[in-house]
Design a protein. Structure first.
Length: 327
């Protein structure tokens, strides 16, 4: 007996297709529902180098994320479960000559903290601070989180002031990230900041790279930093699901723990780019710290995190991205 047909397809095939469509719709609906009820993150400074990379990573992981910019301030949204604060109008050079911008940054941070009072449960506020500007230069590196602090620059002092403001806000859960020298694709060329980005730009332009002194620094690839930050939100989301307080230290160093001199960094840049990259040697500036690298062992224990990108690989990825963008 011939099979029953609906249109031109056998009935069994039609029913199987309908069941698959219904199952897919149910799965999609469950996924959308889970996304809508999942703890939300917000990234203040979402258009910056780190903020853009973090926003992309959170979105890829299915995290509902609000991108906050100068046009979309924190007060325009409900307090999230995790607020990442990456807003800064200054770098070490600008901070020395623009006290108005320093004061504006602190005021913006205070307004954001005050807005978090309306949250139904204490949100986690993650402040990106500076691992290279806060620790006492008289203390021998690597610096752990409990090492003595003595910022010698205006930039270091404003970072410390923001840390103290956050720790005093008892209506939020503070997480301070003291980050080493971050680099990677997408980093903007800013005077006095980001020696890897400046080195690659100099290689592309065929001009010398200006170097201030020959200090040792701790160079951290952007993807490794973003992984550490997403691990923080994962802990927040798990705490929300289980009804407990997030188990996070108040201060974490995020770094490789490996010192690299400027001279060695220039060698890596020359090998990677295949360009001569002559160096102009200058005296260290007043706000430059001497040798600084960090102990990131606590981040490993608290987040199950460790940096995975060797300097040579990270510089190569940065170079290839910059060369592609310049083509």
């Amino acid at each position: 007996m011939a099979s029953q047909r609906i249109g031109s397809a056998p009935l069994a095939a039609q029913l199987a297709g309908r069941r698959r469509a219904e199952a897919y719709a149910a799965t999609l609906g469950a996924s959308l529902a889970a996304r809508m009820t999942a703890p939300r993150a917000a990234v203040a400074g979402a258009e910056g180098f780190v903020g853009a990379a973090l926003t992309r990573a959170l979105s890829r992981a299915g995290v509902p994320v609000s991108s906050l910019t100068r046009r979309v301030p924190p007060a325009s949204i409900e307090p999230p479960a995790t607020m990442f604060w990456l807003v800064s109008s200054v770098n070490p050079g600008i901070a020395e000559r623009r006290p108005d911008l320093v004061a504006a940054d602190r005021a913006a941070f205070a307004r954001m903290l005050d807005h978090q009072r309306s949250a139904p449960r204490p949100p986690v506020v993650v402040l990106t601070s500076s691992g290279g500007s806060l620790y006492d230069p008289a203390a021998a590196p690597p610096h752990a989180e409990n090492a003595p602090l003595r910022p010698i620059s205006v930039y270091g002092r404003i970072k410390r002031a923001l840390e103290e403001d956050l720790l005093a806000a008892d209506w939020v859960i503070p997480v301070i990230l003291r980050i080493s020298n971050v680099y990677g694709p997408g980093q903007r060329i800013v005077p006095g900041f980001g020696v890897v980005a400046h080195g690659i730009r100099a290689a592309l332009d065929g001009r010398p790279l200006r170097l201030y002194g020959d200090p040792r620094r701790d160079y951290l690839f952007i993807d490794d930093l973003v992984t550490a930050m997403t691990r923080i939100h994962e802990e927040v989301a798990m705490a929300h699901r289980t009804g407990r307080r997030p188990d996070l230290p108040a201060v974490l160093n995020i770094a490789t723990g490996r010192p690299t001199s400027l001279s060695r960094l220039v060698e890596v840049l020359r090998r990677t780019t295949g360009r001569p990259l002559p160096a102009e040697r200058c005296e260290a500036r007043p706000f430059d710290q001497p040798d600084v690298w960090l102990d990131a062992g606590l981040a490993g224990r608290a987040l199950g995190w460790r940096p995975r990108t060797p300097l040579e690989w990270g510089v190569r990825k940065t170079w290839l991205a910059a060369r592609g963008a310049a083509a």
